[in-house]
Design a protein around this ligand. Structure first.
Ligand SMILES: Cc1cc2nc3c(=O)[nH]c(=O)nc-3n(C[C@H](O)[C@H](O)[C@H](O)COP(=O)(O)O)c2cc1C
Length: 402
């Protein structure tokens, strides 16, 4: 029977326990996307605090895929490798593995950041970012993106990362290829599941030639709420394709950014944080904010209702997917209690759990759990951390703006 606090491994990635820090953008890179001393300090706290493994926040592979969040990481050129080496060395001092999450944002970013029109598999507008209609990428641009993912994987290996995770979730570019809601292509990159998966398959194939058996993981959506979007039966097939392509482990998540608070759930709409710091609302004049304040939650609820299930919301999907693959399954989403983690691991409902917000409020949550100092995260899921992401580095607001 597997245990939470026992050693295990995913390929060559050796872990002390089965609680992983899920990818979390922190806004602590420098303006060029290099890890700073502050970022390394935070990751050191996570490693010292007992995380089984740490997955970095989303890390860009090319400039037109750069995130619009505050100061994101970039691994798009060789001259940053030495900066990342400082990060991996700091974390390795605690025998903690670190995995780089590689990403192209696709249409979920802003032209003012990338300097170009956003791109997507098909020219369909995103309803959160509300940028102009994205440009449907050409075949040669797809080849460039595959090549840049492979190059970033090579850089991650050189920088001392223990593995990489491809971001196939939350509506970013690779995820947008996998969902029929966002991928309307009729060429070899759209239509059938094999065609939609081709870009991911080619990244794996290209990387294998360069990095051998260096672990490549994937974070994928089990479902989204879009018409013709991702649903669990298709996600099962995608997980199987990933296994065939040589993926080391799949992390199961859900939702696209314009699905609202599906991916990162909360009992309340974060009105105050949204009015003060979200990109679209923060620019409104104060009198307008005052007038619309009472209407923000009901209108937001009308557009995308807040989901009712706040805890363990990807567990059922992860269990279903796990029955069809033999690679390890990591489940993320609303995991905050030690008792739930023990239930998931001991009863093999998933092989690993991962958490994001619990590590923002308490970077040493794993040691606290292990020492039974605490059995539940103190995160109240106010979601101010994620709402402010385009304006400032992350922090735990604990439901209060200063
Ligand atoms: C501030 C913040 C930043 C996040 N950044 C990322 C990211 O860079 N990549 C990613 O895959 N998910 C990201 N997420 C989503 C989390 O990894 C996770 O899937 C989600 O928050 C649900 O897990 P939780 O309930 O443990 O927070 C972020 C979440 C938060 C709150």
């Amino acid at each position: 029977m597997p245990q939470v606090f026992e050693a295990s491994s995913i390929g060559s990635i050796q872990m002390k326990n089965r609680i992983i820090r899920s990818a979390t953008g922190d806004g602590l890179a420098d303006p060029d996307g290099r890890p700073t001393a502050e970022l390394i300090g935070f990751y050191t706290k996570l490693a010292e605090g007992g995380a089984g493994a740490i997955i970095t926040g989303l890390t860009g592979i090319q400039q037109d895929g750069k995130s619009s969040t505050y100061h994101p990481l970039m691994l798009d050129r060789d001259d940053v490798i030495s900066d990342y080496r400082k990060l991996t060395e700091a974390v390795h001092r605690f025998d903690t593995p670190i995995i780089a999450q590689l990403n192209h944002c696709g249409r979920q970013t802003r032209q003012r950041i990338t300097g170009k029109a956003t791109v997507a598999p098909s020219a369909r507008r995103d309803l959160y970012f509300l940028e102009k209609r994205p440009k449907a990428i050409t075949e040669s641009e797809i080849e460039t993106i595959i090549d840049n993912f492979v190059k970033a994987i090579v850089r991650a290996k050189k920088a001392g990362f223990d593995g990489v995770q491809l971001h196939l979730a939350h509506g970013f570019l690779l995820s947008a290829f996998l969902s029929s809601n966002t991928n309307r292509r009729t060429d070899q990159w759209g239509g059938s599941l094999i065609n939609k998966f081709r870009i991911v398959e080619q990244i794996f194939a290209g990387a294998r030639k360069e990095v051998g058996d260096f672990p490549i993981l994937a974070k994928m959506n089990a479902y989204d709420t879009r018409k013709n979007g991702m649903r669990i039966p298709e996600a099962i097939e995608i997980a199987q394709q990933l296994e065939q392509a040589g993926c080391a482990a799949v992390e199961i998540s859900c939702g696209m950014v314009n699905d609202g608070f599906i991916t990162v759930r909360s009992p309340h709409f974060p009105t105050e944080a949204a009015l003060r710091y979200s990109y679209l609302l923060s620019y409104l004049p104060e009198f307008v904010k005052k007038t619309i304040r009472p209407f923000v939650p009901p209108v937001a609820e009308l557009i995308v209702p807040l989901p009712k299930q706040l805890n363990l919301y990807n567990l059922e999907a992860a269990e279903r997917i796990g029955r069809h693959v033999s690679i390890p399954v990591i489940v993320v989403g609303g995991i905050r209690r030690l008792a739930d983690i023990e239930d998931i691991i001991i009863h093999q409902r998933a092989d690993y759990v991962s958490m994001s917000r619990a590590f923002i409020s308490e970077p040493d949550i794993v040691n606290r759990f292990k020492g039974k100092k605490q059995t539940e995260s103190s995160c109240i899921a106010c979601n101010y951390c994620i709402t402010c992401m385009e304006s400032m580095p992350f922090k735990c607001f604990y439901g209060k703006l200063k």
